[in-house]
Design a protein. Structure first.
Length: 312
């Protein structure tokens, strides 16, 4: 095995068990520090037939496309706020991994044209029927499309790609010369992994559908190797209470919504309402300051890269 980024053949094993108790080595390149599953091209995930049976934003619950769309709706405003500066009324947009169409449906009135690629056939059909979107059920390397785009989005998709540099070289052929690419991925330097070092979190974090795990440095270098220039950014969505839950129980919360939420409890009796509000404000501030701390120190669960093709 050679590192896809630097060509080095020497790796350090950092993990031997991944989600669902699968035995699989996770390795880090001793030269450039890129983290991947050992032999990342070994397991090809069937996104149409098996992926959603195992992986869902609600643990141990397989969701229909309609249920998944409804669940994801509440996350779109924050997603749009992160990329709104990239959107223009005359822009043609491509989203790779468009799922049930939530994002493209949310921005279709903000741009000229919205096109998606989605390998889950049921999700693709739902987004075409429910959202009236133009969506293709083919990987980008097999897509025969003459159109070029002002911006290409990938949200929690790039970490699924087993051949990232080859993939980017194909993807940039669909970008206009002045176009931008925006990618969000999990951050390997997530505090739960890099600071607290919770073994059960590591067992949960690493998984077969994610052959690669990026830091700010390695993500930037992968894009640079594929001919892009740009910058990375950190953002935290899981709450401090999710982290406390992991520290105390060594288990995930039941759903993505629980993980993102402020601290909640059953309402107190009415004569304590003012005190309850004060406590809620305290915890809200505590959560906000913790997220800011993680973002300022590169310890968030997510990072993004915004780039353009480097001119030669």
């Amino acid at each position: 095995m050679k590192c896809v980024l630097c060509g080095n053949s020497y790796f350090k094993i950092i993990q031997q068990k991944i989600r669902f108790n699968f035995l699989r080595k996770v390795v880090q390149c001793k030269n450039c520090k890129l983290v991947s599953l050992k032999n990342p091209n070994t397991d090809i995930i069937d996104y149409e037939k098996t992926y959603r049976k195992l992986h869902s934003p609600i643990l141990n619950k397989q969701m229909s496309s309609k249920e998944f769309f409804k669940f994801q709706e509440k996350f779109q405003p924050s997603k749009i706020s992160r990329v709104n500066h990239l959107l223009k009324k005359n822009y043609d947009v491509l989203e790779i991994g468009s799922s049930t169409g939530n994002f493209l449906n949310s921005i279709k009135n903000l741009v000229n044209c919205s096109v998606g690629i989605e390998l889950d056939k049921k999700h693709m059909e739902f987004s075409k029927k429910h959202c009236k979107l133009e969506v293709y059920n083919k990987p980008i390397e097999k897509l025969k499309l003459d159109q070029k785009f002002d911006i290409i989005f990938m949200f929690q998709v790039f970490e699924h790609i087993p051949n990232p540099i080859e993939f980017l070289n194909i993807t940039k052929q669909f970008l206009k010369s002045s176009g931008r690419i925006y990618v969000e991925v999990p951050n390997i330097d997530d505090a739960l992994n890099s600071v607290y070092g919770i073994q059960n979190f590591k067992n949960f974090y690493f998984r077969l559908p994610h052959p690669y795990y990026y830091s700010e440095n390695t993500l930037t270098k992968v894009f640079q190797k594929a001919g892009f220039i740009g910058k990375s950014n950190f953002f935290q969505q899981y709450s401090v209470f999710n982290h406390i839950n992991w520290i105390l129980t060594h288990k995930p919360q039941a759903s993505q919504i629980d993980g993102y939420s402020d601290l909640l409890w059953d309402s107190l009796i009415s004569n304590s309402e003012k005190k309850e509000i004060l406590i809620q404000k305290f915890f809200k501030k505590f959560n906000s300051e913790y997220k800011n701390l993680l973002e300022n120190n590169g310890l968030t669960e997510n990072l993004s890269f915004t780039g353009k093709i480097k001119k030669v």
